[in-house]
Design a protein around this ligand. Structure first.
Ligand code: PLP
Length: 399
């Protein structure tokens, strides 16, 4: 690539011309299985027929409109999302995840101007804007191993950190690809402290929402009630639509101010209709349960096949959000490039040396053991090359 500015390491594949469900196809007739759903967006599969039809129909009817003349069917889509989240309030549709996070911060800061903004260490919440300026980042490493039944008041992790009116942005599991599983007691405790301090709890569901973790939203695993919920990525299955679900207590406060907000594409019919189509597909095809069940079988297969390997330190996951922690003696880019040669596109975090698997929920289940086998053999080949270990139980692999 000579002219395209794309400051990220490249896979070396530059001739993809088509995607369908879990596959990419190239101009020279190669096929790659996409274990990342694009960038965790195409969760109901690339190039989805019914979503394509919605796009086509909207293009031929109404894709964009002045925000002063919005049609009422969009209101019903906003309500659908609120119902899924069991929230009384309102929904704003935007385009990207970062934009929606920024909007949630604008609202939160409108209510509590000088509030401290808190999140967990390693949470990635936005590419830009206010959410990148977090005042307090809480490290939960010790909580991940904590065996106490309840969070102790004296525990240093939260002690004196949640101030009056604090704004907490919580990404339930993604943690910049680390895939961490915080204990419920910790999250309930944070919720309690935020409420006691008259603060605002924003849940960033951009990666974890719309069924990725085996429930509609990641926060559903904790039994908490957020004040704002931010959705993106899977909401549009690859089309840029995001949303902020806003509890009515915030709406009431905002409505008492002079606040106005206007962006060209807020609440555009195209994005709203696509989101409605994604919800319908998930509901009609039971894709939340599929994500949960496939996630369980993928995770157990990975543990069964990879845990003996020398460089595999830990395998963590929930639903179809999975991370494999690789030890420092192998760099994940090496695994990535070897897998690409075998037709497998896996997710990686170079910073944390993690492999990630976030496939479409619609991946053909027969691909699960095949994919695991490819990962295993690839790691084994690298380990052997570096004389890291010898695996006795490696199955015969046919490329
Ligand atoms: C947890 C999380 N929050 C927010 C974002 C920002 O979303 P976007 O890239 O659509 O702006 C991302 C993007 O990867 C994310 O993973």
């Amino acid at each position: 690539m000579n002219y395209l500015f794309n400051p990220l390491p490249h896979s070396g594949i530059n001739n993809i011309i088509k995607a369908k469900n879990e596959y990419y196809y190239t101009s020279d007739n190669k096929r790659y299985i996409d274990l990342e759903s694009g960038i965790w967006c195409a969760s109901i599969g690339h190039n989805h027929n019914s979503i394509n039809k919605i796009i086509h129909d909207q293009l031929n009817s109404l894709s964009h409109i002045s925000k002063r003349v919005l049609p009422s069917d969009i209101d019903k889509i906003a309500e659908k999302l609120l119902n899924l989240a069991d929230m009384q309030g309102k929904t704003m549709f935007l385009n990207t995840g970062s934009e929606a996070i920024e909007f949630s911060m604008i609202l939160a800061k409108l209510i509590h101007k000088k509030a401290k903004v808190i999140s967990f260490e390693d949470n990635y919440v936005s590419a830009y804007g206010q959410a990148t300026q977090i005042d307090e980042k809480i490290n939960i490493a010790s909580c991940l191993k904590c065996e106490k039944e309840e969070c102790n008041k004296a525990c240093k992790v939260l002690k004196d950190k949640i101030d009056k009116n604090a704004i907490f942005i919580f990404d339930p599991f993604c943690f910049s690809r680390l895939v961490l599983l915080p204990p419920q007691k910790l999250i309930k405790r944070i919720e309690r402290e935020i409420k006691l301090n008259n603060g605002i709890l924003i849940v960033d569901e951009i990666t974890t929402g719309m069924g990725r973790t085996g429930k509609w939203f990641g926060y559903n695993h904790f039994g908490i009630k957020p004040d704002m919920i931010v959705l993106g990525k899977s909401l549009g299955n690859g089309y840029p639509v995001s949303a902020v679900l806003i509890d009515e207590f915030i709406i009431k406060k905002v409505e008492k101010t002079e606040f106005g907000y206007y962006q060209s594409h807020q609440n555009d019919p195209m994005g709203c209709k696509i989101a409605e189509g994604v919800i319908k597909e998930i509901q009609e095809n039971g894709l939340i349960d599929v994500s949960k069940e496939l996630g369980i079988s993928l995770l157990s297969k990975l543990k069964q096949e990879l845990y003996d390997m020398n460089c595999v330190e830990e395998i963590r996951g929930i639903g179809l959000l999975i991370g494999i922690q690789i030890s420092k003696n192998i760099i994940v880019e090496e695994i990535y490039h070897k897998l690409v040669k075998k037709g497998v596109i896996i997710g990686i975090s170079i910073k944390y040396n993690m492999l990630n698997i976030f496939p479409p929920y619609t991946i053909n289940p027969i691909m699960i053991p095949k994919v695991v086998e490819s990962i295993k053999t690839t790691i084994f080949e690298i380990e052997q090359g570096k004389k890291i270990s010898k695996l006795s139980n490696l199955n015969n692999y046919k490329a």
